[in-house]
Write a protein that binds this ligand. Sequence first.
Ligand SMILES: [Zn+2]
Ligand SMILES: [Zn+2]
Length: 400
Amino acid sequence: MDFNPVILSIPLYFLLIGLELIHQAVTKVKSYRTNDAITNISCGITSQITNALWGVMSVAMYQYVYQYWSVAEIQVNWWTNIALFILVDFFYYWFHRASHEINFLWNTAHVVHHQSEDYNLSVALRQTSFGGVFSMLFYLPLAFMGFNTLSFLAVKGINLIYQFWIHTEAINKLPKWFEAIFNTPSHHRVHHGRNPKYIDRNHAGTLIVWDKMFGTFQPEEEKPTYGVTKPTNTWNPVWANVLPIVDMSKQVWSTPGIMNKLKVLFYKPGWRPMEQGGYQAAPNVDKSTYVKYDEQPNLSLVKYLLGQFLVVLLVTSLFLFTQASYAWTQKLFLAGFITWSVMQLGLLLENRRSWILLEYVRIFATAIVLNFMLPASISLEVSIASTLVFVPWFFIAKRK
Ligand SMILES: [Zn+2]
Ligand SMILES: [Zn+2]
């Protein structure tokens, strides 16, 4: 099953990010920071990479239920597709709501998407690496009903693509009728707010009507402060995925009693037994003292890292578009290289200078990977050129 609308739309994502950057340049309203945006897209990369490796599992689960347990065979036509779209959106609402209200799901399947303290289109790409299998459990009723796997994947993909454009501050409010029915940038800004009144509101995918129906709707009033209540403070996408799980495990460990431990996992985030002070509500945000995490090295190293990031993006896109043609060992090798790359670029963005030496190794590894992935007619030239450009560039950039 190579048809994946989410991957096919990659050029569209970058086109729209380009337009948003032009909008930022024209209006002078800053919504992007290089370090944050690189980390967001890096989390999208690790998410797609892990998905390429075990996304197959969750699709197989759907296919199994559809093939052996479905109660009917639903014909594919325009009105069953519309019904499927509405049902997918309905189950998305419940998965998304559960992944906010159940601590285990929050930390394993969703928190990464909320860690950015900015709000722009790159945040839409910031996704968890571990969520796929859990989310699929919520869609299995559709397989029981008899919606075939390919239709489900296509509609699910379109639903996800819809959610891309709402991650922007460039659009304020849309016409009233549209805001009343659909999820919009305004509704979703609320969802990304860490202000107590915005937390766990507006879980909708495409249709905001679910939130209105089930009592989780909150209109946008003051501008939200974005991010999670305990900021992650890292540009390393691997750590961004792992840290919440480490924190949750520590909390389980330090909570007395097996029932209490289970409650830490399956009750709302912030739940604590009475002897540990009871439920910890989200703290208020004081905008006058709030400072975003903004670690970065000197400007020339940032520029170098941005250049390298574009190469990693190229390698990732090649990998995602051609993954079906690789053997499992090749897939694992490429996935390992890409993960190492985004992790290392993140660590250098955090100005961790002990990683400098390893970057030279990575530049040579990049040349080998490009030589392997690109068409034979240009592969050698491109890999030699990339080494000749990046070694001196890094040598000069890191000194300042
Ligand atoms: Zn969410
Ligand atoms: Zn979002």
